[in-house]
Design a binder for this molecule. Structure first.
Ligand SMILES: *[C@@H]1O[C@H](CO)[C@@H](O)[C@H](O)[C@H]1NC(C)=O
Ligand SMILES: *[C@@H]1O[C@H](CO)[C@@H](O)[C@H](O)[C@H]1NC(C)=O
Ligand SMILES: *[C@@H]1O[C@H](CO)[C@@H](O)[C@H](O)[C@H]1NC(C)=O
Ligand SMILES: *[C@@H]1O[C@H](CO)[C@@H](O)[C@H](O)[C@H]1NC(C)=O
Ligand SMILES: *[C@@H]1O[C@H](CO)[C@@H](O)[C@H](O)[C@H]1NC(C)=O
Ligand SMILES: *[C@@H]1O[C@H](CO)[C@@H](O)[C@H](O)[C@H]1NC(C)=O
Length: 391
């Protein structure tokens, strides 16, 4: 279907308004997201690492043998080695009525997996999995049936602290779970309204058929290697953000921006860092107008592969957050995407349309070193121990 000159003009006016809104928001509210703490660094400082190298068209290589050092909570010490199977049922039919009580009962530093099965229901609580509780699997009854929900905001608790569910342990798995933050959606530029549904800062985590519901900053993909499969991720601004190294496969990205927003705000700060988000075979739908990404870190890296993009993507696609030096250091790309929002030719000239060779390193589990750990996230336990003192 062709576009008449009038429609075309309308489209450009909308785009222009969108851009102006965003620029005004950013310039009036640098604290909006820029001053969020990321580990020991203030994100403002990330721009200091911008290097002034030629914008070469070489595709940076991914390293498959990185060691991962935790930027958030401390590391494990002692070791017990027991596996449990816990049932959480808020109406009293299980071993625990809250999710946190079950997490508290998981043995510290176990090399064996504990399954926490959570019956259908809305669990209104904040859940923290500390770094000394690795190998936990949360098994729900469906992304819209078992939901852990909160109502905290950055103004009250800081961005990271606002998370309904915070995971600092390695080898975490969630299956058929929903994670939600119901704090009201902020107006563009409004401060302190970031409301995280889940922050993941453990390494080697996997999420299968999970839902993430919120508005600004829904999913804080803070650090570590992560796999999201068949998930539903909803939000308005920067709603998949952080310094994680993650593969999102077959996920539905659901935009609920009232005016403009951004899907990602990836925080890679140095070209030699290994973080980045790869979206493979996903769909982007919803309403509002969004950037595919904003350069939260100077070497921000995001790739969309074979992703369907509905008519809600700002044609330029990517924004530099007001710092043009990131044109030379960021890595934004797409490959064989489809849909009315997928037109690569209208993207900012400092983004890439990958060819068949260059896309290879982003196309499979190697990007997250998945071959060495992904199978264990699906493993269930054979003969779980009974809970001490319970029938
Ligand atoms: C980048 O490098 C070029 C060439 O070396 C130099 O002329 C320019 O001033 C540099 N820009 C910045 C922002 O450092
Ligand atoms: C990691 O990979 C790089 C590049 O392949 C290699 O040079 C390096 O020796 C490897 N390091 C380890 C510890 O295997
Ligand atoms: C813990 O259990 C795993 C799996 O059974 C085993 O490989 C490992 O050696 C055990 N570790 C300790 C410290 O007992
Ligand atoms: C969960 O609910 C959302 C709407 O909030 C819907 O789009 C999605 O398909 C549902 N997921 C499943 C597995 O039913
Ligand atoms: C969520 O918190 C806000 C205050 O930040 C409050 O106004 C609102 O009523 C709360 N919503 C629910 C459902 O508790
Ligand atoms: C990117 O690097 C080139 C070559 O050094 C330089 O000419 C250009 O000004 C740089 N662009 C930005 C936006 O810093």
């Amino acid at each position: 279907m062709g576009m008449g000159p009038f429609r075309l003009t309308c489209v450009w006016i909308v785009v222009l308004l969108a851009a102006v809104t965003l620029i005004v928001s950013v310039s009036h509210g640098p604290a909006w997201i820029l001053n969020v703490k990321l580990g020991s660094r203030v994100v403002n400082d990330l721009y200091e690492h911008s290097s002034n190298k030629t914008h070469v068209r070489d595709i940076p290589q991914v390293f498959s043998n990185e060691t991962y050092s935790r930027p958030c909570q401390g590391s494990p010490t002692s070791s017990k080695n027991i596996s449990y199977f816990f049932r959480v049922d808020q109406s009293g039919g299980g071993d625990f009525v809250t999710v946190q009580a079950a997490v508290d009962a998981v043995p510290e530093n176990s090399e064996q997996r504990t399954i926490i099965q959570i019956r259908a229901g809305i669990y209104e609580e904040k859940v923290l999995i500390p770094s000394n509780k690795p190998h936990i699997t949360m098994q729900g009854a469906g992304m819209n049936a078992t939901i852990i929900t909160g109502n905290d905001t950055a103004a009250r608790s800081g961005t990271e602290g606002s998370a309904t569910v915070a995971i600092y342990a390695d080898h975490f798995t969630a299956v058929d779970m929903g994670f939600k933050n119901i704090a009201p959606m902020p107006e563009p530029g409004e401060l302190g309204k970031q409301a995280v549904a889940l922050v993941i800062c453990g390494d080697k985590a996997a999420f299968y058929d999970c839902g993430f519901y919120g508005a600004q900053d829904t999913l804080f993909d803070y650090a570590g290697r992560h796999y999201f499969k068949n998930c539903f991720i909803e939000g308005s601004i920067d709603f998949i953000f952080g310094d994680g190294r993650s593969l999102y496969e077959g996920c539905e990205i659901h935009v609920i921006a009232e005016t403009t927003g951004s899907i990602t705000a990836q925080a890679r700060s140095r070209p030699e860092d290994h973080s980045g988000f790869v979206f493979m075979d996903c769909t982007i739908m919803g309403h509002g107008l969004v950037w595919l990404g904003r350069a939260w870190g100077s070497s921000s890296r995001v790739v969309f592969v074979r992703t369907f993009m509905d008519d809600i993507i700002i044609p330029a696609g990517w924004t530099d957050f007001g710092d043009s030096t990131v044109h030379n250091t960021s890595f934004y790309a797409q490959y064989k995407c489809s849909g009315p929002g997928a037109e690569a030719a209208v993207r900012v000239p400092w983004s890439y349309e990958l060819n068949d060779d260059d896309v290879q390193q982003f196309l499979n589990m190697d990007f997250i070193d998945g071959g060495s750990w992904i199978h264990s996230t699906r493993r269930l336990i054979d003969k779980p121990e009974k809970i001490p003192g319970r029938a």
